[in-house]
Design a protein around this ligand. Structure first.
Ligand code: NAP
Length: 252
């Protein structure tokens, strides 16, 4: 576990679900992991404790990544460790109760876009400032967590969320070309139906069971299966991949 003790990996929304599994895996690889969370301090502290219990290094930082000043404070906190940030996982994401577009108001749509799109843009911006070779950084890698929803469009459930993930995919494509010469790779992962709390936020905790017949592999995925793809793209094993998006959807 020793070789990456001098590098920080930031995972946004790492207190639960896919983010927690990714933080755990990155700590196993030797990164000092920043476990960002929004409101569940208990859950974030549990992830950090679990990492420390197995000899890893992690710290939790509260920040609502949809708010620019909180993103600035998050990165300022990371800077105090005096260790370079070389990995960012833009994982934090939200959705609201399943609904048709005709029943959505601007407040809901804006909240989804702020968290999923603006938050990813702001964290990428701050990470690039620190990773860019021309700014004295060591280079690095970013993975943006999108969704299979960017391809399906999520009709009658959350077209707002699906569209936000379409924007995340486009961020991955454009930014990968923009920062390649700075030694920074930018890739994406599109999870399908993964067993986490997010489905309850949509008002249907058992959504995966309803939709399993449509999944070629005939089951939902685990957060760990998504974390494996994220960590591959962050690793040097993916050193010639940038602007790539991996589907982790069981064949959907
Ligand atoms: P989850 O279990 O609902 O966890 C969401 C995480 O994001 C929590 O750690 C939460 O923090 C954090 N978060 C939410 N809003 C935030 C904000 N404004 N600032 C900082 N952190 C925030 O979600 P998940 O299912 O693991 O999803 C992770 C990512 O995968 C999301 O981008 C999601 O869109 C994507 N995805 C998930 C699925 C799926 O089936 N699960 C499928 C496709 C894509 P607190 O604990 O403090 O609330």
């Amino acid at each position: 576990m020793g070789q990456k003790h001098q590098e920080i990996a930031l995972v946004t929304g790492a207190s639960r679900g896919i983010g927690a599994a990714t933080a755990t895996r990155l700590a196993e690889q030797g990164f000092v992991v920043c476990v960002n969370y929004h409101s569940r301090k208990d859950a974030a502290d549990a992830v950090v404790s679990s990492i420390k219990a197995t000899g890893g290094h992690a710290f939790a930082v509260q920040a609502d990544i949809s708010q620019e000043e909180e993103v600035m404070a998050l990165f300022a906190c990371i800077d105090t460790f005096g260790i370079p940030l070389t990995r960012l996982v833009n994982n934090a994401g939200i959705l609201f109760t399943q609904s048709k577009l005709v029943d959505m108001n601007a407040d809901r749509i804006n909240k989804v876009l702020l968290a999923n799109v603006t938050g990813s843009f702001l964290c990428a911006r701050e990470a690039i400032k620190r990773m860019a070779i021309s700014s004295g950084g060591k280079g690095g890698a970013i993975v943006n967590v999108s969704s299979g929803a960017s391809r399906s469009g999520s009709p009658k459930e959350y077209v707002d969320y699906a569209a936000s993930k379409g924007a995340v995919d486009t961020l991955t494509i454009g930014l990968s070309k923009e920062v390649a010469e700075e030694g920074i790779r930018v890739n994406g992962v599109r999870p399908g139906l993964i067993h986490t709390d997010i489905h309850a936020d949509g008002g249907e905790p058992d959504r995966i069971a309803r939709l399993t017949p449509r999944i070629p592999l005939q089951r939902g995925g685990s957060p760990e299966e998504v974390a494996a793809a994220i960590c591959f793209l962050l690793s040097n094993d993916a050193s010639f991949s940038t602007g790539t998006i991996i589907d982790v959807t069981g064949g959907v």
